[in-house]
Design a protein around this ligand. Structure first.
Ligand code: COA
Length: 167
């Protein structure tokens, strides 16, 4: 397995993985009209894919920020300013490639790259995504707080805010 920077050409494969992930895990919780743009988010600072035997198997990105409520929890938990934080986002692994360490490798890679940029990685995760929560805790991330939020269609949901381990 290799992890490499995402390219425009990865869009179709990532959209396919995102569709399968939405069906299986309900991630993303709210299905945007344009799933490809959701994953490829133009504002990402960095983004990578995991490739196994020439096939895209997973994805992770670093975004400059999340919603203000999440950033507030992260700022207060780390004692850092918003500009010193970066948000790990759009983590997903193809359902056919799970439990082989790809998610762990992607999170470790993104966290390491955040440090190289002089930033501390944080993230928010919907409480229902238990596999992801298990992964973050397995990697030593700590839960800093909870945020209640609403989907664009008005349905309420709860998110946990996690902070990456100190270097
Ligand atoms: C979360 C996700 C990325 C994990 O990917 P993965 O490649 O299967 O994870 P890994 O194989 O690297 O697992 C590493 C560790 O995380 C934990 N973990 C991962 N999946 C788990 C599960 N289904 N149940 C319990 N623990 C789990 C385990 O501790 C695991 O270590 P182990 O296999 O030695 O027990 C994947 O399940 C996924 O894409 N989920 C849907 C999308 C999602 O929820 N994204 C998060 C948005 S914030």
């Amino acid at each position: 397995m290799i992890i490499r920077p995402r390219s425009e050409a990865d869009g179709a494969a990532l959209e396919g993985i995102a569709e399968a992930t939405h069906r299986l895990d309900g991630y993303p919780k709210y299905l945007p009209d344009d799933l490809r743009s959701f994953i490829l988010e133009a504002n990402a600072l960095r983004a990578w894919v995991a490739e196994c035997d020439g096939e895209i198997a997973g994805h992770v990105a670093l975004h400059p920020r999340s919603i203000p409520e999440v950033m507030e929890v992260a700022v207060s938990a780390t004692g850092l300013s918003e500009n010193q934080l970066v948000v790990l986002a759009r983590l997903l692994v193809s359902p056919v490639a799970r439990r082989r360490g790809i998610g762990r490798a992607l999170v470790a890679h993104a966290t390491h790259e955040a440090r190289r940029l002089g930033l501390r990685a944080v993230l928010d995760v919907v409480d229902e995504h238990r596999d992801a929560v298990a992964l973050y805790e397995h990697l030593g991330w700590t839960r800093a707080g909870t945020v209640n939020w609403k989907l664009p269609d008005g349905r309420p949901f709860r998110e946990f805010v996690y902070i990456s381990p100190e270097p």
